[in-house]
Ligand binder design. Structure first.
Ligand code: ADP
Ligand code: MG
Length: 237
């Protein structure tokens, strides 16, 4: 049943037809799984915002995205839905360990992303964890090899990469750089570069930012491959 659904979704994503962003009214107009649609419905998310309409289908098709939209425009779901769907279409278990890493500048943002993921992903079978400063490193270490999705701050992630041999990223499918402008403003540029050095090249990367500064563009050049640039203007919702 699930395999059939996945086959259908894959065919749809490969061959289309792909709805234009303007034609997408509700989340049901997007080629996403029933489980995700149920999670969205429970969370009372009915209609995608503009950045979500513009970027989700492209991200589902495996493209790298450079997404720019102001704070509050709904960037979190714009990357969480593609993350969940990509791992679902690879049949979670086959992902074998860590399939997705989401990097965000602060603990508070990491918690918010984790909560959103718990809500919209509640019908899926995956394990997700927060890897952030202030938590017991040993405890994190023990759980690490069980996680499919990690939500983390840059410094803590790098700490695990340097010190934790059970942190294995060889099967990483998708990397998200959330609030990239803030990450860089907070002085994480070196950490981000070191993290990118550690991660496998064969991966999809989604980079979201409220602003497009020069340092964001530099990070995009380092992390993205032939990205699609998706920008939503100030005066739209
Ligand atoms: P950003 O990261 O762009 O600043 P968020 O992803 O944090 O924005 O979303 C801002 C707020 O909008 C959150 O409270 C979120 O729950 C809500 N939101 C996001 N997408 C939708 C949607 N499709 N429908 C209704 N509310 C949404
Ligand atoms: Mg955000």
């Amino acid at each position: 049943d699930e395999k059939k659904e996945i086959k259908k979704l894959n065919e749809l994503l490969e061959k289309g037809p792909h709805a234009e962003p303007d034609q997408i009214k509700t989340f049901k107009d997007l080629p996403i799984s029933k489980k995700t649609l149920l999670g969205l419905r429970d969370s009372e998310f009915m209609n995608p915002t503009e950045i979500q309409r513009e970027s989700i289908t492209l991200a589902l098709r495996g493209m790298d995205i450079l997404g720019a939209a102001k704070t509050g425009s709904g960037k979190t779901l714009a990357f969480l839905i593609p993350v969940i769907e990509r791992l679902y279409r690879n049949l979670w278990s086959k992902v074998d360990g860590l399939g997705a890493v989401i990097i965000t500048p602060t603990r508070e943002l990491a918690y918010q992303i984790f909560e959103a993921l718990r809500k919209i992903g509640r019908y899926h079978d995956f394990s997700a964890g927060l890897i952030i400063g202030g938590k017991d490193l040993k405890f994190e270490r023990k759980r690490m090899d069980l996680l499919n999705i990690v939500i983390c701050t840059p410094g803590r992630l790098l700490q695990h990469m340097d010190e934790n041999s059970s942190f294995i990223t060889t099967n990483l499918q998708i990397l998200v750089l959330d609030e990239a402008d803030r990450c860089l403003d907070m002085g994480f540029q070196k950490d981000m570069n070191a993290i990118l050095d550690h991660l496998p090249n064969e991966r999809q990367t989604l980079l979201f930012s409220a602003t497009q500064t020069k340092s964001v563009k530099d990070l995009a050049r380092l992390s993205l491959k032939s990205p699609v640039y998706v920008s939503v203007h100030e005066n739209s919702q």
